[in-house]
Design a protein around this ligand. Structure first.
Ligand SMILES: NC(=O)c1ccc[n+]([C@@H]2O[C@H](COP(=O)([O-])OP(=O)(O)OC[C@H]3O[C@@H](n4cnc5c(N)ncnc54)[C@H](O)[C@@H]3O)[C@@H](O)[C@H]2O)c1
Ligand SMILES: O=c1ccn([C@@H]2O[C@H](COP(=O)(O)OP(=O)(O)O[C@H]3O[C@H](CO)[C@H](O)[C@H](O)[C@H]3O)[C@@H](O)[C@H]2O)c(=O)[nH]1
Length: 332
């Protein structure tokens, strides 16, 4: 029997990272998590997965962890993720997302980690003027969050050219939903993401939902996004890992989305359908820097990996988000 390698998951106590931990464990990989719990939760990490409480830039700690567990690959989710906060406090984002990731990559190179998978974002594209964003659409971030992630893409490209390490940067579109088995979900306090906000409102945890802009050049005037189920995203990470192991000479930069968009009103309608209890809607001005529409062209990931999304259905995404929100109760 061949044993599968052990993977270090940074940010594994957070929303997306905790789903990746489950996917890796379900597939038989060894998993170790490092997380400083700044926005994550220790209870989001399964009891049989070692949780190293610490910072990705603590090089003695990270390098000891990489060596002790004979880590082959890193899935790097740890970071700061709130776009408006990045505008108010850019140095926090260049520190936590760019500078600390630089130190993590250095630890990886020093200890001979062979593969690196990175959480990039559609925010690196800024406000593209194409209907569907391709990987070669110019990346012109309009906020420090997007720029801090683009800087990491550049670092990885240069490091992979200079050292025996390949990488995959996955540019996520709008991540939503929760583990269909109800083992984890989005638990972030004070979340700003539309589907999370709407299910909180549906359960009476918020008064209602503000619709940020009704005069966009979209069919119903509200913003359109490409919502991807977090479990399909976690599956894409496993395929990325397999591809990096299979061909160590090749790195990848890939969009992660379904290639179709839903407006804010369509999302709120789906939440209303799921509960039969309409969420209170308030019209509000546009949020600074929000593009009208952001939809992926996902032909590259479909051509590169045998990725078969299993949850590309808005009602299912909403149902899973709602189920997790109920389970979460007042815990977070
Ligand atoms: N949620 C989205 O829609 C979305 C979209 C695109 C990209 N991403 C990226 O995906 C990744 C995960 O996002 P998420 O939504 O799960 O956020 P999250 O806040 O739930 O998870 C981030 C985790 O990283 C940990 N962390 C932060 N800084 C750390 C540090 N310096 N050292 C150790 N641990 C640290 C936090 O405690 C948390 O557990 C992020 O890199 C984010 O930029 C998210
Ligand atoms: O209370 C809300 C929250 C959001 N929206 C609208 O809903 C859409 C989605 O907004 P989100 O805040 O859920 O997500 P964003 O598209 O702004 O950004 C998210 O996806 C990006 C990639 O597409 C980045 O990765 C970023 O980190 C992540 O927050 C936008 O039109 C927004 O204006 C509302 O109307 N009301």
């Amino acid at each position: 029997m061949t044993t599968k390698p052990t993977i270090l998951v940074t940010g594994g106590a957070g929303y997306i990272g905790s789903h990746a931990v489950l996917a890796l464990r379900d597939a038989g990989y060894g998993v170790v998590v490092i997380d400083n719990l700044v926005t994550g939760f220790d209870w989001a990490v399964p009891a049989d997965v070692p949780l190293v409480r610490g910072d990705i830039a603590d090089q003695p700690l990270v390098e000891a962890t990489l060596r002790d567990h004979d880590i082959t690959a890193i899935m790097h989710f740890a970071g700061s993720v709130v776009v408006p906060e990045s505008v108010e406090n850019p140095l926090k984002y260049y520190h936590n997302n760019s500078a600390k990731t630089r130190d993590l990559i250095e630890s990886a190179v020093r200890t001979g980690v062979k593969h690196f998978i990175f959480s990039s974002t559609a925010a690196t594209y800024g406000t593209p003027d194409v209907e569907k964003v391709r990987e070669d659409t110019p990346q012109r971030p309009i906020n420090p969050y997007g720029m801090s992630k683009l800087m990491t893409e550049y670092m990885l490209r240069d490091v992979a050219a200079a050292h025996p390490m390949n990488f995959c940067a996955l540019r996520y579109f709008n991540v939503a939903g929760a583990d269909p088995q109800g083992r984890t979900g989005q638990s972030t306090a004070g979340a700003t993401h539309l589907i999370k906000v709407a299910v909180e409102a549906a359960l009476g945890k918020r008064a209602g939902v503000s619709i940020f802009g009704t005069d966009f050049a979209t069919p119903d005037g509200t913003g359109v996004r490409d919502y991807i189920h977090v479990t399909d995203l976690a599956a894409a990470h496993l395929l990325a890992l397999e591809a990096l192991i299979a061909d160590p000479a090749r790195s990848h930069l890939l969009n992660c989305g379904y290639g179709r968009g839903f407006s804010v009103l369509e999302v709120l309608d789906a939440v209303d359908r799921a509960t039969n209890n309409p969420v209170q809607r308030t019209m509000a001005p546009r949020r600074a820097g929000d593009p009208a529409a952001l939809i992926s062209d996902n032909s590259a990931i479909l051509a590169t990996f045998p990725w078969q999304p299993a949850h590309a259905d808005l009602d299912q995404i909403v149902a899973h988000a709602l189920a997790w929100e109920r389970k979460l109760g007042d815990r977070a």
